[in-house]
Design a protein around this ligand. Sequence first.
Ligand code: ADP
Length: 486
Amino acid sequence: MEGAGPAGFREGRLYIGGAWRDADGGRTVPVVNPADGGTIGRMAQGGAAEATAAVAAAAVAFPGWAATPAPERAAALRRVAALLSERREEIAAVMTAEQGKPLAEARGEVAITADYFLWNAEEARRIYGDTIPASTAGKRLLALRQPVGVAAAITPWNFPASMLGRKLAPALAAGCTAVCKPAPATPLTACAVFACIHDAGLPPGVANLVAGPAEPIGEVFLTDPRVRKISFTGSTAVGKMLMRRAADGLKRVSLELGGHAPFLVFADADLDAAAQGVVASRFRNAGQTCICANRLYVQARAAAALQERLVAAVAALRVGRGDTPGVDVGPLIGEGAVARAEAHVADALARGARVLYGGHRLPGPGHFFEPTLIAGAPAEALVAREETFGPVIPLWSFEDEAEAVRLANGTPYGLAAYVYTRDLSRAIRVTEALEYGIVGVNDPAPTVVQAPFGGVKESGMGREGGYEGVQGFLETKYVSIGLMPS
Ligand code: ADP
């Protein structure tokens, strides 16, 4: 990263038109470590002017990048991937410092970010069009796939590197240029990723980074006619607002929004694997993952056995600073997140639920909450309806497959769902009945770069990852060629 200061103090800057720069007027804000509240660096704060400069740089760079032969674009993306891999430790340390997740998870995230660049580098060479049979002998018909233009990427703080990679890599592979806005809590990880982009020698303006308050930057992305696509990961409320506003310019949108994942465990499942799966899904990133299990449903006759295993597995989790070796669950991103987890537990208890394990915030400094297991919350409880986005999992039981599917689908969200069973036919029936974009069957961690990721219902639209990721940044141009007589 540009400008790493003394004693690891980092000064993040904006990256516009191939150069690092300060915000107009030199505005900066502190970046805070959620594990202790300490300031770990400062980040330049751009606004409308800097966002407009970034869009202008991306628009100037677009024709050249779109015309760059695919193998050259691919080679540039491979260089980014190689630098990300080379700098894995450094980037993971920045991520853990500003986001809180355990170092092992941060390393894994940098690795998957590199993989997004690598996979999309390969995909850049496979952007095929079509030839279409003509109706007459004197015509030839083609469908070309061309980049949409300047793409805007707005990313959240929970996966500050991989969300950037999942949007930026396919955009650049497609031949788009990009303007990116990181979440305010995690700008330094974005700077570290952009340092790889800079050092990989991507042409100026191909990828730009503007950090700062969301509204003025978002407003430029929404209203500047040079921006043709908005790719957003974040809350459903902001996603809906962006889609409404993007309609005025008929900009393409892809939205990866909130989830409320059900985790179904049938009595025939491997209960040890299911308990481990719940823990892996729910407590990774301290529960701050849009696809992590939010509601656990266990078939009644296996409920006691699963509960016993789960309490033991949750009790074994080590909570602490992400940079302490052996820690499984780091701090939450801030006080608001702890207060929400606390409120969700209190609401459930007030409605008659009971705590099987945990249930409390942990003393500071830092924003820690105990891994928590609760049972008996009614359907109206907040934990049953809203994303807790913290280390809290409510447990219910069900009698049969039909009830399990009904409970699982009883939410406006539709991102990820999980099914544990040894019965193949049941796995297929339930998977097909689940109204979700992603289903993990005996698999708590389905995300890989080569698979389509995205939700249905109020969890969003469009798919990232896989070949569909690149398709999201392409337009089809139909060409009809009349042959002249020889
Ligand atoms: P979260 O609750 O995970 O922070 P948000 O939807 O608020 O989810 O934030 C996700 C991303 O969207 C962040 O980069 C945030 O700054 C950005 N964002 C929030 N509000 C707006 C807005 N009005 N316009 C553009 N981006 C926004």
